[in-house]
Design a protein around this ligand. Structure first.
Ligand code: CA
Length: 376
């Protein structure tokens, strides 16, 4: 053995010792508990992930790919996750069903797509005039939200993990200006979920269209307005070419959270160490998506402005009417369903405390500094 080969051999031997030593020192498995050395061959696992999003939206679809890449890297390729964009295995809005039935082991989706199955799922994603991305993360991780919602997912045989956030969304694209509530009368708008319910109460005619169907509908005037996400994603879908006015904020989605769903039986069959790897990888993907949006939205907004897009804030009168109707709607749903009411009451208390806190240092800093420092 020449010196180079000997060095390679020693490096490989040292690596093997480290792996073996770690297994014994940190957590003897079933064999270790009986006194034998706990040395496990890496178990090969191949899972499928169905996303609710198209591959072209690299920020939101990319959250699933980020998870898969990290799980693969952290297990030395033993635990692989293959990601499928919306429609490839199951339709975009059937991801929950696919995970429940174990057609796939993982889903990447937004829980508010499934409020028809259980309205309380809205709180896993976003509620009108609800929580920002940071507040939602705080509620889920440390504010009791996860504990309230995990039993809801258990009814579907699913365990849920935070799966990214877009940050505060824009109000969307309008072919004509809307200054007052009266301007919403008869307005045909694509807007799903509770936001759509509130718009409907304000007089709009609400439609729900999948992402790919929005542009042609807006172009031919079948709809007058649409919301989607924010500058980076909206620019990709080209809405600025067929609607001039870009309204803000998307008061129905101040911090919409995505979710990774895992089939409970598949989860229970995973080696413990893979479960830990998965938890770490979802946490990384969760934070990474928001940072990705926060990095990509500002230059996208600059490009849209340069292309002649007219930015418009919703008027105080529209915001006040929407707030009033949103509060009434949530209250009605809570009164009609005790399980919903339990989550709503806890969420509402968290929101009040959180908004009181964020109304101090964060809000004062933003109100003073953002407009001043925004111009170069
Ligand atoms: Ca949206």
């Amino acid at each position: 053995m020449d010196s180079m080969k000997r060095r390679e051999f020693m490096q490989k031997a040292a690596a093997t010792l480290v792996v073996t030593g770690a297994a014994v020192a940190c957590g003897p498995g079933p064999a270790g508990e009986h006194g034998a050395p706990a040395v496990h061959a890496a178990k090969n696992v191949m899972w499928k992930l169905a996303s609710s999003f198209p591959r072209g939206l690299d920020t939101i679809y990319g959250g699933a790919e980020a998870l898969a890449q990290r799980v693969d890297a952290m297990t030395g390729g033993s635990f692989k996750i293959r990601c499928y964009p919306a429609g490839e295995i199951v339709p975009a809005l059937a991801v929950l069903d696919a995970v429940q039935q174990e057609t796939v082991q993982i889903g990447h989706t937004a829980s508010y797509y499934y409020t028809g199955k259980n309205p309380v799922l809205a709180f896993d994603t976003a509620v009108p005039f609800g929580l920002t991305a940071r507040q939602q993360a705080a509620w889920m991780a440390y504010g009791g939200g996860r504990e309230l919602l995990q039993p809801v997912f258990a009814d579907f045989g699913i365990i849920s993990f935070s799966g990214g956030n877009t940050g505060a969304q824009m109000g969307g694209w309008f072919r004509r200006e809307v200054g007052e509530v009266a301007d919403l009368q008869g307005l045909k708008m694509r807007i799903p979920g509770l936001g759509g319910d509130v718009m409907s109460r304000l007089g709009a005619t609400v439609q729900v269209l999948a992402g790919g169907d929005i542009y042609p509908a807006l172009e031919r005037g079948a709809i007058d307005a649409t919301e989607w996400v924010g500058p980076y994603d909206d620019e990709k879908l080209g809405f600025h070419k067929v609607a001039k006015y870009y309204y803000y904020p998307g008061w129905w989605e101040p911090g919409p959270a995505l979710s990774f769903y895992v089939n409970r039986k598949a989860w229970d069959s995973l080696p413990k160490i893979y479960q830990e790897v998965f938890v770490a990888a979802t946490a990384e993907a969760n934070l990474g998506m928001l940072a990705n949006y926060d990095a990509k939205n500002p230059p996208a907004m600059a490009r849209l402005r340069a292309a002649g897009v007219e930015l418009r804030p919703f008027s105080d009168s529209i915001l006040a009417a929407a707030y009033r109707e949103a509060e009434a709607l949530l209250g009605e749903q809570a009164a009609a369903d005790a399980a919903y009411g339990k989550v709503y009451d806890a969420w509402r208390k968290f929101r009040a405390e959180s908004h009181r806190w964020f109304a101090t240092a964060e809000a004062a800093f933003a109100a003073f500094t953002f407009p001043r420092a925004a111009e170069p």
